[in-house]
Design a protein around this ligand. Structure first.
Ligand code: MF3
Ligand code: CO
Length: 248
Protein backbone atom coordinates (compact mmCIF):
# COMPACT_ATOMS: atom_id res chain seq x y z
CA UNK A 1 0.00 0.00 0.00
CA UNK A 2 1.35 3.39 -0.98
CA UNK A 3 0.81 6.12 1.63
CA UNK A 4 0.55 9.63 0.22
CA UNK A 5 2.08 12.39 2.34
CA UNK A 6 0.45 15.72 3.07
CA UNK A 7 2.28 19.04 2.78
CA UNK A 8 2.80 18.88 6.58
CA UNK A 9 4.17 15.32 6.36
CA UNK A 10 6.63 16.40 3.67
CA UNK A 11 7.72 19.33 5.84
CA UNK A 12 8.64 16.75 8.51
CA UNK A 13 10.49 14.60 5.98
CA UNK A 14 12.38 17.70 4.87
CA UNK A 15 13.77 17.85 8.41
CA UNK A 16 14.69 14.17 8.68
CA UNK A 17 16.11 14.41 5.16
CA UNK A 18 18.26 17.39 6.09
CA UNK A 19 19.67 15.55 9.09
CA UNK A 20 20.42 12.53 6.90
CA UNK A 21 22.30 14.78 4.48
CA UNK A 22 24.16 16.38 7.39
CA UNK A 23 25.40 12.96 8.55
CA UNK A 24 26.76 12.20 5.08
CA UNK A 25 28.39 15.62 4.78
CA UNK A 26 30.04 15.10 8.17
CA UNK A 27 31.26 11.62 7.21
CA UNK A 28 32.59 12.95 3.90
CA UNK A 29 34.64 15.51 5.83
CA UNK A 30 35.74 13.01 8.48
CA UNK A 31 36.81 10.06 6.35
CA UNK A 32 40.57 9.43 6.54
CA UNK A 33 43.06 6.87 5.32
CA UNK A 34 43.81 4.52 8.23
CA UNK A 35 40.46 4.99 9.94
CA UNK A 36 38.30 1.93 10.60
CA UNK A 37 34.75 1.73 9.30
CA UNK A 38 33.61 1.33 12.91
CA UNK A 39 35.14 4.73 13.76
CA UNK A 40 33.25 6.31 10.87
CA UNK A 41 30.03 4.65 12.05
CA UNK A 42 30.58 6.05 15.55
CA UNK A 43 30.78 9.59 14.14
CA UNK A 44 27.40 9.04 12.48
CA UNK A 45 25.85 7.57 15.62
CA UNK A 46 27.13 10.43 17.82
CA UNK A 47 25.87 13.11 15.43
CA UNK A 48 22.43 11.52 15.03
CA UNK A 49 22.05 11.24 18.82
CA UNK A 50 23.31 14.79 19.37
CA UNK A 51 20.48 16.25 17.28
CA UNK A 52 17.82 14.16 19.02
CA UNK A 53 17.26 11.80 16.10
CA UNK A 54 17.32 7.98 15.90
CA UNK A 55 19.67 5.93 13.68
CA UNK A 56 17.09 3.91 11.76
CA UNK A 57 19.43 1.11 10.68
CA UNK A 58 20.54 0.24 14.22
CA UNK A 59 18.69 -2.95 15.25
CA UNK A 60 16.66 -2.91 12.01
CA UNK A 61 15.99 -6.62 11.55
CA UNK A 62 18.97 -7.14 13.85
CA UNK A 63 21.40 -4.92 11.89
CA UNK A 64 24.19 -3.98 14.34
CA UNK A 65 25.21 -0.42 13.27
CA UNK A 66 23.98 3.05 12.32
CA UNK A 67 25.44 2.98 8.83
CA UNK A 68 26.27 0.53 6.06
CA UNK A 69 29.85 1.06 4.87
CA UNK A 70 30.68 -0.86 1.71
CA UNK A 71 34.17 -0.72 0.23
CA UNK A 72 35.10 -1.42 -3.43
CA UNK A 73 33.57 -4.78 -4.45
CA UNK A 74 31.07 -4.61 -1.59
CA UNK A 75 27.84 -3.31 -3.13
CA UNK A 76 25.82 -2.48 0.00
CA UNK A 77 25.15 -3.48 3.62
CA UNK A 78 28.79 -3.63 4.71
CA UNK A 79 28.78 -3.89 8.51
CA UNK A 80 31.18 -1.37 10.10
CA UNK A 81 34.02 -3.17 11.87
CA UNK A 82 37.12 -2.52 14.00
CA UNK A 83 38.93 -4.83 11.57
CA UNK A 84 38.16 -2.91 8.38
CA UNK A 85 40.67 -0.13 7.75
CA UNK A 86 40.00 2.46 5.05
CA UNK A 87 42.86 2.58 2.51
CA UNK A 88 43.97 5.01 -0.15
CA UNK A 89 42.41 4.35 -3.56
CA UNK A 90 39.25 2.76 -2.24
CA UNK A 91 35.71 3.83 -3.00
CA UNK A 92 33.66 3.77 0.19
CA UNK A 93 29.87 3.76 -0.03
CA UNK A 94 28.13 5.02 3.08
CA UNK A 95 24.39 4.52 3.52
CA UNK A 96 22.59 6.06 6.48
CA UNK A 97 19.05 6.44 7.74
CA UNK A 98 17.65 8.81 10.32
CA UNK A 99 14.29 9.02 12.09
CA UNK A 100 13.26 12.46 13.36
CA UNK A 101 9.87 13.15 14.92
CA UNK A 102 8.73 9.80 13.54
CA UNK A 103 9.76 10.47 9.94
CA UNK A 104 12.50 8.73 7.98
CA UNK A 105 15.34 9.92 5.79
CA UNK A 106 17.55 7.53 3.80
CA UNK A 107 20.54 8.42 1.63
CA UNK A 108 23.91 7.15 0.45
CA UNK A 109 27.09 8.56 -1.05
CA UNK A 110 30.23 6.92 -2.42
CA UNK A 111 33.39 8.64 -1.18
CA UNK A 112 36.74 8.40 -2.97
CA UNK A 113 39.66 7.99 -0.59
CA UNK A 114 42.89 9.77 -1.54
CA UNK A 115 44.02 9.11 -5.08
CA UNK A 116 41.56 6.83 -6.83
CA UNK A 117 41.96 5.20 -10.28
CA UNK A 118 40.25 7.01 -13.18
CA UNK A 119 38.11 3.88 -13.71
CA UNK A 120 36.71 4.04 -10.18
CA UNK A 121 36.27 7.79 -10.40
CA UNK A 122 34.17 7.36 -13.53
CA UNK A 123 32.07 4.66 -11.87
CA UNK A 124 31.28 6.98 -8.95
CA UNK A 125 30.41 9.85 -11.29
CA UNK A 126 28.17 7.76 -13.55
CA UNK A 127 26.36 6.27 -10.53
CA UNK A 128 25.50 9.79 -9.32
CA UNK A 129 24.44 10.74 -12.84
CA UNK A 130 22.11 7.73 -12.90
CA UNK A 131 20.17 9.23 -9.98
CA UNK A 132 19.91 12.65 -11.63
CA UNK A 133 18.88 11.15 -14.99
CA UNK A 134 16.16 9.23 -13.12
CA UNK A 135 14.60 12.39 -11.68
CA UNK A 136 15.25 14.65 -14.69
CA UNK A 137 11.75 14.54 -16.15
CA UNK A 138 9.96 12.96 -13.21
CA UNK A 139 6.65 14.44 -12.13
CA UNK A 140 3.21 13.51 -10.92
CA UNK A 141 1.85 11.13 -13.58
CA UNK A 142 5.24 9.66 -14.60
CA UNK A 143 5.28 5.86 -14.86
CA UNK A 144 7.48 4.29 -12.18
CA UNK A 145 9.31 2.25 -14.85
CA UNK A 146 10.80 5.48 -16.23
CA UNK A 147 13.09 5.62 -13.17
CA UNK A 148 14.58 2.18 -13.73
CA UNK A 149 14.78 2.79 -17.45
CA UNK A 150 16.78 5.99 -16.96
CA UNK A 151 19.20 4.40 -14.48
CA UNK A 152 19.71 1.25 -16.52
CA UNK A 153 20.21 2.94 -19.87
CA UNK A 154 22.80 5.38 -18.49
CA UNK A 155 24.70 2.66 -16.59
CA UNK A 156 24.69 0.19 -19.46
CA UNK A 157 25.66 2.86 -22.01
CA UNK A 158 28.83 3.17 -19.93
CA UNK A 159 29.39 -0.59 -19.93
CA UNK A 160 28.34 -1.09 -16.31
CA UNK A 161 26.11 -3.65 -14.63
CA UNK A 162 22.95 -2.66 -12.76
CA UNK A 163 22.31 -4.52 -9.51
CA UNK A 164 18.89 -6.17 -9.68
CA UNK A 165 18.79 -8.06 -6.38
CA UNK A 166 18.19 -4.85 -4.40
CA UNK A 167 15.90 -1.94 -5.18
CA UNK A 168 14.83 1.52 -4.02
CA UNK A 169 11.60 1.92 -2.09
CA UNK A 170 8.82 4.10 -0.80
CA UNK A 171 9.69 5.78 2.49
CA UNK A 172 7.82 7.77 5.16
CA UNK A 173 7.05 6.75 8.70
CA UNK A 174 8.62 3.43 7.70
CA UNK A 175 12.03 3.07 6.06
CA UNK A 176 10.68 0.61 3.50
CA UNK A 177 7.24 1.30 2.10
CA UNK A 178 5.59 0.54 -1.21
CA UNK A 179 6.34 0.86 -4.05
CA UNK A 180 9.57 -0.99 -4.89
CA UNK A 181 11.75 1.20 -7.11
CA UNK A 182 13.99 -0.98 -9.30
CA UNK A 183 17.05 0.43 -11.05
CA UNK A 184 16.02 -1.35 -14.25
CA UNK A 185 12.87 -1.32 -16.28
CA UNK A 186 10.96 -0.23 -19.32
CA UNK A 187 9.85 3.27 -20.13
CA UNK A 188 6.13 3.85 -19.81
CA UNK A 189 5.47 0.84 -17.57
CA UNK A 190 4.37 0.44 -13.96
CA UNK A 191 2.20 2.49 -11.63
CA UNK A 192 2.00 6.23 -12.09
CA UNK A 193 3.72 8.47 -9.58
CA UNK A 194 1.52 10.91 -7.75
CA UNK A 195 2.07 14.14 -5.88
CA UNK A 196 2.61 13.23 -2.21
CA UNK A 197 4.59 10.06 -2.85
CA UNK A 198 7.98 9.91 -1.16
CA UNK A 199 10.53 7.41 -2.43
CA UNK A 200 14.20 6.54 -2.09
CA UNK A 201 15.94 6.17 -5.44
CA UNK A 202 19.23 4.32 -5.06
CA UNK A 203 21.26 3.20 -8.05
CA UNK A 204 23.76 0.44 -7.21
CA UNK A 205 26.09 0.21 -10.19
CA UNK A 206 28.83 -2.35 -10.81
CA UNK A 207 31.92 -1.79 -12.95
CA UNK A 208 31.55 -5.33 -14.30
CA UNK A 209 28.78 -7.90 -14.04
CA UNK A 210 25.40 -7.02 -12.54
CA UNK A 211 25.46 -10.27 -10.59
CA UNK A 212 26.06 -10.27 -6.85
CA UNK A 213 26.70 -12.71 -4.02
CA UNK A 214 25.37 -12.52 -0.48
CA UNK A 215 27.88 -12.92 2.34
CA UNK A 216 27.17 -15.33 5.15
CA UNK A 217 27.18 -12.56 7.76
CA UNK A 218 23.56 -12.23 6.63
CA UNK A 219 24.05 -8.69 5.29
CA UNK A 220 26.97 -7.98 2.98
CA UNK A 221 26.39 -7.96 -0.77
CA UNK A 222 29.43 -8.22 -3.08
CA UNK A 223 29.95 -8.23 -6.83
CA UNK A 224 30.29 -11.74 -8.24
CA UNK A 225 33.34 -10.77 -10.32
CA UNK A 226 35.06 -8.85 -7.50
CA UNK A 227 35.03 -5.59 -9.47
CA UNK A 228 34.07 -2.35 -7.68
CA UNK A 229 30.55 -1.09 -7.15
CA UNK A 230 29.15 2.34 -6.28
CA UNK A 231 25.94 3.45 -4.55
CA UNK A 232 24.14 6.80 -4.54
CA UNK A 233 20.78 7.40 -2.89
CA UNK A 234 18.42 10.23 -2.07
CA UNK A 235 14.96 10.42 -0.55
CA UNK A 236 12.69 12.47 -2.82
CA UNK A 237 9.13 13.75 -2.79
CA UNK A 238 6.90 13.94 -5.85
CA UNK A 239 5.23 17.35 -5.69
CA UNK A 240 2.82 19.32 -7.84
CA UNK A 241 5.87 21.02 -9.40
CA UNK A 242 7.93 17.90 -10.08
CA UNK A 243 10.49 16.48 -7.67
CA UNK A 244 11.99 17.75 -4.43
CA UNK A 245 15.17 16.07 -3.19
CA UNK A 246 14.93 15.85 0.59
CA UNK A 247 18.45 14.60 1.37
CA UNK A 248 20.59 16.93 -0.71
N1 MF3 B 1 19.39 2.05 3.38
C1 MF3 B 1 19.10 0.72 3.02
C2 MF3 B 1 18.02 0.79 2.00
O1 MF3 B 1 18.04 1.73 1.28
C3 MF3 B 1 18.72 -0.13 4.15
C4 MF3 B 1 19.83 -0.54 4.98
S1 MF3 B 1 19.52 -2.02 5.68
C5 MF3 B 1 19.80 -1.78 7.30
O2 MF3 B 1 17.13 0.02 1.88
F1 MF3 B 1 19.54 -2.87 7.87
F2 MF3 B 1 21.01 -1.42 7.46
F3 MF3 B 1 19.00 -0.90 7.75
CO1 CO C 1 17.16 3.01 0.81
Amino acid sequence: MITLKSEADIACMRESGKLTKNVLDLLGKSIRIGMTTKELDKIAYDYIKSVGAIPSFLNYEGYPASTCISIDEMVVHGIPSDDIVIREGQIVSVDVGVIYNGWQGDAARTFMVGKVSPEKEKLVKVTEECFFKAIENLRSGSPLGDIGYAVQSHAEANGYGVVKALVGHGIGREMHEDPSVPNFGRKGTGIRLKSGMTIAIEPMINMGTWQVNFLNDGWGVVTRDGKPSAHYENTIAITDDGVEILTL
